[in-house]
Design a protein around this ligand. Structure first.
Ligand code: PAF
Length: 284
């Protein structure tokens, strides 16, 4: 069932023992489906939101062309196990005059995607806060593909003592390894083929770590070489960081202790589409 107003959300919260929430920007794919299924398993009721949040797009970004199809989203969400699809009007989320933002400060907010998308995470943390205040779930679900987003939201929830469990679920991939993203529909056939190199680059790094410890800088070079081979793919960043808090890493251990798992992260333009991906290199 589609719901549009906060009163309806209040009723659901009031009547439900445990509530799971999956915030999305719509154009759902199997990655979202996996989050909804997980929420279904762990909660009595599940709310999925579909809201293309303008405050997380920069002035020259793709909000105008961001794919939309609410009928399809509703059908997919319900068949994955959602009880309600919250599809708010922009004025429900941002009433006239709204000018309060929630930002996570510190090094983690100025690296990786934040460099090329300066106000992006401020928009994300603000809208996630608003949505959590409206839905009041026990658990909220995010995908590991947006690794920096997931870590920032976990940190925000911790720092602000928010009464919600932030659950991060594994990346879902296409047959050839490409991470699922709503933006993949923008790729031409040739771009789609070349986009596979992002996954291959991550896999290259992971394979090298299997046999012995590696310098992070060497692994980054191997990954860049793989990607630079593809003329339609332009690197934004390739980095290796600690999975827990995205702090810098110099050596990636083949056998890390539990606090030293490394994460390789890539962002690249494939034609006009910006894609991101990441992989744990040395799970314990
Ligand atoms: O990951 C997304 O789709 C968005 O950033 C989110 C968390 C729904 C906030 O708009």
């Amino acid at each position: 069932m589609i719901i549009k107003c906060v009163e309806q959300l209040k009723n659901i919260r009031g009547e439900t023992a445990s509530l799971g929430f999956v915030p999305t920007m719509g154009y759902l794919h199997e990655g979202h489906v996996s989050l909804i299924k997980k929420a279904r398993q762990e909660n009595d009721q599940v709310v999925v939101s579909v809201f293309v949040n303008p405050t997380q797009f920069g002035p020259n970004e793709d909000i105008e062309t961001y794919p939309k199809n609410i009928e399809r989203d509703q059908a997919m969400a319900v068949s994955a196990g959602a009880d309600y699809v919250f599809y708010p009007h922009i004025s429900t989320i941002y009433p006239e005059g709204a000018s309060t933002y929630v930002t996570v400060e510190g090094p983690i907010a100025n690296i990786l995607c934040a460099k090329s998308r300066p106000d992006h995470f401020k928009g994300v943390t603000t809208v996630v806060n608003i949505l959590l205040n409206m839905v009041q779930p026990d658990r909220v679900y995010f995908g590991q593909k947006d690794a920096q987003q997931a870590i920032l939201i976990q940190k925000m929830a911790r720092d602000l003592h928010m009464p919600v469990d932030v659950v991060v679920c594994p990346i879902v991939r296409e047959y050839d390894g490409l991470a699922l993203s709503s933006r993949n529909v923008h790729l031409t056939r040739e771009e789609r083929k070349q986009a596979q190199c992002l996954y291959q680059a991550l896999q290259d790094a992971k394979n090298l770590v299997k046999s012995k410890d590696q310098k992070a800088a060497d692994l980054v070079q191997v990954m860049k070489n793989r990607i630079n081979h593809k003329p339609l793919v332009n690197i934004d960043y390739v980095e290796i960081r600690e999975a827990r808090d995205l702090s810098p890493v110099t050596v990636v251990k083949a056998h890390p202790d539990s606090h030293k798992v490394s994460l390789a992260l890539v962002a690249a333009w494939v034609g006009k589409t910006r894609l991101i991906d990441n992989m744990f290199l040395n799970e314990e």
